[in-house]
Design a protein around this ligand. Sequence first.
Ligand code: BTN
Length: 266
Amino acid sequence: MQKGDLVRALSGLPIPDIRFFETIGSTNDEGMAWAEAGAADGSLVVAEQQTKGRGRLGRSWVTNPDAALAFTLILRPTQAEMEHIGLFSPLAGLAVCLVLQGMGLPAEIKWPNDVLLARQKTCGILAESTWHGGQLQGVVVGVGINVAPSSIPPAEQLQFPATCVEDALGQPVDRAALLRDILAEFFAWREKLAAPEFFQAWEERLAFKGEVVELKNTENETVTGVLTGVDEQGNLRIHLTGGGVKLVSAGDVGLRPKKNFEGSGR
Ligand code: BTN
């Protein structure tokens, strides 16, 4: 992908500025630095390769050259959005899921925001925020998508089975057009952030809904029960096997179906 293709593909979207890199450490690091230096809402960092890509929970994220999408969107939340900044990463997951479903693919959201294709991870999202004197300055939403087969890390580096968009589709994918479609969905659904339709759209696409899952939280405690949906804070609702309902916040780790407890999150 050339920067020119990207600029053309993204014209018409509310993106005031784009920084494009053939190789970078992490687009999120660049996005955080740019946000601190005053980047406007909607500014975008895109890289063809990351050498220090970061994932959730301190994990690394591999972005091999010319095979994936790795981008970070910088947001300056409005006053109304300030209440819901934790929903920006599910918003990005929803946007990716909707676009993949629109291509006829069996995409689902593994709460809180990973996107699966046929139950294998295809997209990971890392949202981070910058603060100044206790005041929120900006949120960066970093999205990594496995597009071509060479984007999938070797199995021994994976904690959850992974796939890519081209393997699911059976044909090559135009990455600039895919990015355009995802960002268009993101901006459209941003208008409905935290509205009932937003939670409904997210919940409808949740992987493992109605199935027994196990969740390990940061204290390594295991919660087992039927995954039934999300509440209006974005917490996952689990009907516990022993009775009662447990709400789990997104800081907790390691959601997986109980019947397939081999893998863990990439
Ligand atoms: C995860 O599943 O753990 C989240 C992975 C997030 C990866 C993306 S790739 C673009 C952006 N830059 C980073 O360093 N990380 C995110």
